[in-house]
Design a protein around this ligand. Structure first.
Ligand SMILES: C[S@@+](CC[C@H](N)C(=O)[O-])C[C@H]1O[C@@H](n2cnc3c(N)ncnc32)[C@H](O)[C@@H]1O
Length: 300
């Protein structure tokens, strides 16, 4: 392993997630959100020589920047929805642990041409997978008013989702919304800098969730996880907003995924009753960790 690498992305809740995840140091593990590789690196440090770690990310940039060289480590460019195929191709049926660190990495949000951040003026892209054909431009210029309302209401939890959708609709009837600045200019509003910052962050986040189909993929992946984990194996999920955290909590606690499935016997038992949050010190060192929520469950 190359120890000299400098992370661009500071991994969140590393100790709390890895210590709870590893139950067998000779086991097979998957990190389905490789990002800057911080969690993968920490997992490998805890595993024995014969163990295996399979990591993946749907972002090619993240794969290109990989710094881990280790015989036990295998990295794939793919969406975690395809985890079973990836394992099958490697002749693996079940695994001892799964780590999921949802959302985007600093590599993505700090890149001024990816369109994830309202700090830079650039093309409205927001695709995690650069090979996808659906970008933020498609969402903003092609979705119906009802679809836009759904995005802002469900993913952004905006009470005024209808008004937001109408403003976008009105603007695009005159001229296509192509850049981050085009979008920001629609929402010129009074009020404090803090309030505006919060509004834009949620607006961008809700569009990003739609572009990458994050909620549907998370739901399907949770179901897959119950199929690929060995009994006693664990899954650790870090999420960054309440929409995702609610889905994860509901599934681990009750075996329910709304509109999809209701297990008769619970596939998981929660390891901690309460959600794990970053310490004050971690938030000081890495303010981006402040909204992180970790839940760990064990396959029954
Ligand atoms: C918060 S970052 C992970 C950071 C990582 N744990 C680390 O230590 O650097 C989330 C990463 O997951 C990836 N990602 C999100 N959804 C994905 C999906 N459905 N399939 C594969 N990768 C995904 C993103 O591209 C991003 O690189």
């Amino acid at each position: 392993m190359n120890l000299k690498h400098q992370y661009h992305h500071k991994p969140v809740l590393v100790k709390e997630s890895i210590e709870n995840l590893i139950t067998d140091q000779n086991g097979i593990y998957v990190d389905v959100t490789f990002g800057g590789g911080g969690h993968s690196y920490a997992i490998l440090k805890k595993l024995n020589k014969k163990a295996i770690l399979i990591s993946l990310d749907q972002d090619k940039e993240s794969i290109k920047k990989n710094f881990i060289k280790d015989k036990r480590f295998h990295l794939f460019h793919n969406n975690f929805i395809h985890i079973r195929n990836i394992l099958n191709r490697s002749h693996i049926d079940k695994v001892s642990g799964i780590l999921v660190d949802l959302g985007i990495s600093s590599l993505q949000i700090d890149n001024p041409i990816r369109g994830f951040s309202n700090r830079f003026n650039c093309v409205l892209d927001m695709r995690m997978n650069q090979e996808s054909f659906y970008s933020a431009q498609n969402v903003l210029n092609e979705c119906s008013k009802q679809e836009l309302f759904h995005i802002f209401y469900e993913y952004g939890e905006f009470k005024n989702a209808k008004k937001i959708a109408e403003k976008i609709f009105k603007k695009r009837s005159k001229k296509n919304i192509l850049t981050t600045l085009d979008l920001i200019h629609i929402f010129f509003m009074k009020g404090s800098f803090k309030k505006r910052k919060k509004f834009l962050a949620r607006l961008f986040q809700s569009i990003r969730i739609e572009v990458n189909n994050e909620i549907n993929i998370l739901k399907d992946f949770l179901l897959e996880s119950s199929r690929i984990l060995l009994p006693g194996g664990r899954i650790a999920v870090i999420s960054y907003h309440s929409v995702e955290d609610r889905i994860i909590k509901y599934f681990f606690k009750r075996g329910i995924i709304v509109n999809k499935i209701h297990f008769k016997t619970l596939p998981f038992k929660m390891i901690h009753k309460k959600v794990i949050k970053p310490s004050f010190q971690e938030i000081v060192n890495n303010p981006r960790s402040r909204s992180a929520r970790l839940r760990i469950a064990e396959k029954t």
